[in-house]
Ligand binder design. Structure first.
Ligand code: PEP
Length: 254
């Protein structure tokens, strides 16, 4: 059975002390209230990760992730952070290809393919984000856009490496907007992604791939989204900054 995951993406929010206190609350609430086997991943800013890993020691359901990594192993790239550094402080995941990275930092599928290779080489698991803009959906090109993000970003991997990935479908028009894809819209795309994976690799690989939904997921809509056959959890932005809301989303799997 594939893994169910609820991952929080804090983006550039919460200073160091705020981050520690939100994360401590999340740990306590998850332990007290979340009864399922779902995994919880918090993708914090880089500078929080080391301390959050210490707080999460002994918590076998809760792990840490970063929100980006450079494509090179090391070198003269002032201000950048490598996958190896992220690994060395105990994180297990790295978000790659978030639409904000694509939009504001010009990250292309080609660059993301390189980042994916580097992250996997350092034994971290990419949470690889794909999704169409509103214009693309309105022009009815969303299936083509998603297919090229898959083909150009991650379908160069062999099946063994591919099986380490988590995919997040995040329609850009739903991120931070308060507009959520309906459960039917999200399921339609998740099923399409799984079908493409089956065609490229095998049904077995497709059935084992965790595909998360992201885009204005909240405690009210999470249960309906997570109940869909091909939705295996969520990538949560705004609502992951509040321990109560984030825990309630995790509990949508209880
Ligand atoms: C995200 O940025 O990955 C995201 C899903 O944001 P939000 O939940 O705030 O829409």
């Amino acid at each position: 059975m594939r893994k169910k995951i609820v991952a929080g993406n804090w983006k550039m929010n919460l200073d160091y002390n705020e981050g520690l206190s939100v994360f401590s609350e999340v740990i306590n609430m998850i332990n007290d209230e979340a009864t399922g086997t779902q995994e919880v991943v918090v993708c914090s800013p880089f500078i929080h990760i080391h301390s959050l890993v210490q707080l999460a020691k002994g918590q076998n359901r809760i792990s840490l992730g970063a929100q980006n990594a450079h494509q090179a192993e090391s070198g003269a790239y002032t201000g950048e952070i490598s996958a190896k550094m992220i690994k060395s402080v105990g994180a297990q995941y790295v978000i790659l290809g978030h639409s904000e990275r694509r939009q504001y930092f010009g990250e292309t599928n080609e660059l993301l393919a390189k980042k994916t290779d580097t992250v996997l080489a350092d034994d971290l698991k990419p949470i690889f984000c794909i999704g169409e803009t509103l214009q693309e959906r309105e022009a009815n090109t969303h299936f083509d856009v998603i297919k090229s993000q898959l083909v150009e970003g991650i379908f160069h991997l062999d099946a063994e490496h591919f099986s380490k990935l988590v995919i997040a479908y995040e329609p850009v028009w739903a991120i931070g907007t308060g507009v959520t894809a309906t459960a039917d819209q999200a399921q339609e795309i998740h099923a399409f992604i799984r079908k493409e994976i089956a065609a490229k690799y095998s049904q077995q690989v497709a059935d084992a791939t965790t595909i998360l939904y992201g885009g204005s997921c909240n405690p009210k809509n999470a249960a309906e989204l997570f109940a869909q056959a091909d939705i295996d959890g969520g990538l949560i932005g705004g609502a992951s900054l509040k321990s109560r809301d984030f825990t309630d989303i995790v509990k949508a799997f209880n």
